[in-house]
Write a protein that binds this ligand. Sequence first.
Ligand SMILES: NC(=O)c1ccc[n+]([C@@H]2O[C@H](COP(=O)([O-])OP(=O)(O)OC[C@H]3O[C@@H](n4cnc5c(N)ncnc54)[C@H](O)[C@@H]3O)[C@@H](O)[C@H]2O)c1
Length: 422
Amino acid sequence: MSENVNVYGICRIAEQNFLESASRLKLEDSMVQRLINPKEKLEISLNPALSNGKTVHLKSFIVRHNSALGPCKGGIRFTGDVTMEDVQGLAMEMTWKTSLIGVPFGGGKSGIKYDQTGLGEVDKETIIRSFTRAAMRHIGPEIYVPAPDIGTNETDMGHIKDCIAYSWGKSTTDGCFVTGKPVILGGIEKRREATGRGVVYSTAAACKALGRDISQMRVAVQGFGNVGSAAAEIIAAEYGAKVIAVSDINGGVFNAEGLDIKSLIEYCKKTGGVTDFPGSENISGSELLETDCDILIPAATQSQITLSNCKSVKADIIAEGANAPTDPQADEVLSGSGKFIIPDILCNAGGVFVSYLEYTQETQREQMTGEMVCRRLKKRMESSFKEVYEYSNREKITMRQAAMDIAVKRVVEATKAMGALP
Ligand SMILES: NC(=O)c1ccc[n+]([C@@H]2O[C@H](COP(=O)([O-])OP(=O)(O)OC[C@H]3O[C@@H](n4cnc5c(N)ncnc54)[C@H](O)[C@@H]3O)[C@@H](O)[C@H]2O)c1
């Protein structure tokens, strides 16, 4: 892990961003309490027996933060260090993200606390099925709809769907219980790359707004998983930008002339990481963040840009592919020095937008082509970017503040419209 992980903590970041927005919007204290506290928090113990015959004991978490706008939506984080607090912060972020991007979902998230180092595919499936069986009564099209996040992928989502259908004695689920599934199981084309693609569409919109030619941009990407590798590939292949540095948890690689991202993806499939990629120079994780470049895409994990390293960030556009990669104090320093930050709830909302398309497709039993998905995603990322950019200019606040205020206002409006429960 990098030295900066969890310096601030995602829950604190999410709460602080919300409280600042609540203060700008002059929300009443009762509304603040209603929105800051999650609707539901669950800790579920799992005891699966793995293929070596040993039973392991692990914790899993589900947080349904807010469902004023619809069923709670958010991915499953499966790592050795995920905590209930992380899941709570991430669930709150989802509430604002779904609101901002304009889909009828609330915010949720789940976590499975288990270190996957050395875990084989069969045992991973066992743990995913164990989680699904235990959590099933909290998952459903009108309750909480999971998706991939760090440590989970479309194969896992396929197992979740199958596990639920199996428990009913049916061949499939009735409605959408999980998004990000394989296409053959009712998933949607382009979902795997949707978050990274959305990051690129919002970055392209930012370049346009700032009068910068994206094809001339030098890009550094932190994290080369689902989000980072797709963003790197698309910004290079479709927009002609030069991706000069990428990193993963074990370090990074650099080439001033641009890395061949397609080959790097193939290389990672064989070796499990970016280090020693032929034709590049190895760099450290912290050197990646300090790379002399125009655009930095943090797409790894939270609290990577902190008060202690933010002054070394040279990129003047920061596109937050990860959730909460920038600590609030660092955010203030960066914004104060004129950096343009595309905040996470806007920048990485492409994944949940395409999850929404998957949800509607499955409910209506129709099929959308990849071309239709990309067109709708691009249109939505551009219109959301425009909304936030104009609001930020009008109110003379940062992009993050504008995104938060727009998102919080919608949830407040829905909450007021629902009225108080008896
Ligand atoms: N998958 C999605 O659809 C989605 C949607 C919205 C937001 N996000 C967010 O994007 C981020 C990445 O998610 P993902 O799905 O790509 O995860 P992933 O597990 O596929 O990939 C994570 C990548 O980050 C690297 N990494 C982890 N810690 C690192 C560190 N400290 N320094 C450098 N690299 C590090 C890993 O080695 C890996 O390459 C997370 O913050 C996640 O919450 C994901």
